[in-house]
Design a protein around this ligand. Structure first.
Ligand code: CDP
Length: 218
């Protein structure tokens, strides 16, 4: 068992990263950094500004001028406005994945995350947390599950929030996002060296948590 200063959780959409990160934060006293929320906020900011997502310069400008705040209660503010639920839609995921392709955008986000982590014990979830942002993290976790199970979880989550989507639409979005994230040239989604790989297919959050708790000093 170890007492890590930084815990990274990477993996594809719907693997359960943010739920696990929140639980670790609560039970072990870590600050949770949701790196995806930053890409989602930039994607959403571009949409609000009517920016063409293929226009690198324009996307970069939005990213540079963006003010994102994570409140302790989990809310995300974009330029002072609460966008917590607005960025968590399937469209928000695809927008995020598109802006996340640009290395310059990633540099802005990575700098911000490293700054937010200074002097704190953090648990961060994302796609490149253990490979690129914090390659020296003491504990790296890679969470995965079958695409069908991940899409089913996302579908249930969205239905609960009142969105009218079909399972097929969600599966298509999840598969498309995985393809984009795994194939981008800069900091693609990969299993980090030395990561503990957990396949959560058919497992409950409690089961996964038990497995992770065995790795961390209480
Ligand atoms: O919750 P979910 O895994 O579906 O998505 P998220 O963590 O909010 O990330 C949304 C998108 O942002 C991902 O599909 C990636 O394209 C991008 N992302 C990234 O490139 N690098 C990160 N560290 C986090 C997110």
């Amino acid at each position: 068992m170890i007492n890590p200063k930084i815990i990274t959780i990477d993996g594809p959409a719907g693997a359960g990263k943010s739920t696990l990160a929140k639980e670790i934060a609560k039970q072990f006293g870590y600050v949770h950094l949701d790196s995806g929320a930053l890409y989602r906020a930039i994607g959403y900011g571009c949409k609000l500004a009517g920016v063409d997502l293929k226009n690198r310069e324009a996307v970069l400008k939005v990213a540079e001028n963006l003010k994102v705040e994570f409140l302790p209660d989990g809310r995300v503010l974009l330029n002072g406005k609460d966008v917590t639920t607005k960025i968590r839609t399937p469209e928000g995921g695809l927008l995020a994945s598109q802006v996340a392709q640009f290395p310059e955008v990633r540099e802005i986000v990575v700098k911000l995350l490293r700054r937010m982590a200074k002097g704190k014990k953090i648990v961060i979830d994302g796609r490149d947390a253990g490979t690129y942002i914090f390659p020296n993290a003491e504990l790296k976790i890679y969470l995965t599950a079958s695409p069908e199970e991940r899409a089913r979880r996302r579908y249930e989550e969205l239905k609960k929030k009142g969105y009218s989507v079909t399972y097929e639409e969600v599966l298509k979005e999840v598969v498309e996002r995985d393809r984009q994230d795994e194939n981008r040239p800069f900091a693609p989604l990969r299993i980090p060296d030395g990561a503990v790989v957990i396949d959560t297919t058919g497992k409950s959050l409690e089961e996964v948590l038990l497995q992770v708790k065995e790795l961390i000093d209480p």
